[in-house]
Design a binder for this molecule. Sequence first.
Ligand code: HEC
Length: 168
Amino acid sequence: MKYVFILVLLILAAAGGLMGFAVATRFVDNMTQTARVMPGERVFPMPPGVVPRGGELVLPKEQREAATKRPNPIKVSEASLAVGREHYETFCTPCHGPEAKGGVTGPVATKFIPTPDLTNAELQRQRTDGYWHSYIMVGGAVMPAYGEALSSQEAWHIVNYLRSLAQR
Ligand code: HEC
C-alpha cells in the first residue's frame, strides 16, 4: 500500500512537472513568435488621402500626374540647399552616389539597381519639381518611398539641391 501511495505521488509530480514545462516553453515561444516590426524593416505606404499632422497632403503614386503639376513652394536659397544636401547625403547617397551621378557610384547600387544620373541636363529639363518631389515621397518604379522619413518640406529642399547639381 505504501508503494502505491509513493507511485501515485510520483505520477502526480511528473504530470505537474510536464505541465509546468509546457507553460514555460509556450511562454518563451510567445516572446519570439509575436508579430513585431523592426524599424526600417518594412515600408508602409501611406493610405491615400492621409494628411500627416502639421504636414500637407501627399498624393499617392497613382496620382503622379497631378503631383507633377505641383509648384515648388520653397524658394532656392543657401539655407534650402544646405537642408537638401544634408538629407540627400543621409537618404540618397547609398543608391545615387555622393554626386548624384548614379550608375554604381552609390555603394548600395552595386547590389541593387544602377540609378539614373540625376545631374543629366536632359533629365533635369524633362522632369518637374513636383514629379521629383512625388518620387521622393511615394517612391518610383523600384525606388523606395521616403514619405515616412522626410517631411514634404524636406523633400522640396532635396529637389532644390538636385536642381543645383544640374550639368550645364
Ligand atoms: C534603394 C536605392 C535608392 C535610394 C535610397 C534612393 N533612390 Fe532614387 N532611384 C533609385 C532607382 C533604382 C531609380 C531608378 C528606377 C526608378 O525610377 O525607380 C531612382 C530614381 C530616382 C529619380 C529619377 C526619377 C526620374 O525618372 O526622373 C530621382 C529624382 C531620385 N531617384 C531621387 C532620389 C532621392 C532624392 C533619394 C533620397 C531621398 C533617393 N532617390 C533615394 C534608387 C534609390
